[in-house]
Design a protein around this ligand. Structure first.
Ligand SMILES: [Zn+2]
Length: 81
């Protein structure tokens, strides 16, 4: 009877960790799939596939290097004039 309790306890711990790991995986997946709009062309894309420009505490998202450069070019034009 003593062993049965021990086995049940081990199973419980094992099940708990398994559940925890699956949850962490799911959270990671949902974070990767978070969509955001490109600031330059307005297209929607998964955050992990785009480019991030850190501007102070702000994070600006772009779908590609091209859009990032386009935005920086525009920004430069604005500050010059
Ligand atoms: Zn874009």
């Amino acid at each position: 009877m003593k062993y049965l309790i021990l086995i049940l306890l081990l199973l419980g711990v094992f099940w708990y960790y398994k559940k925890k790991r699956v949850k962490a995986k799911q959270e990671q997946k949902s974070r990767q799939m978070e969509m955001c709009a490109c600031l330059s062309c307005g297209i929607f894309f998964p955050q992990n596939q785009g480019k991030i420009l850190k501007k102070g505490s702000q994070e600006l998202f772009f779908c590609s290097d091209k859009c990032l450069k386009k935005y920086l070019f525009k920004e430069g034009e604005r500050t010059c004039s």
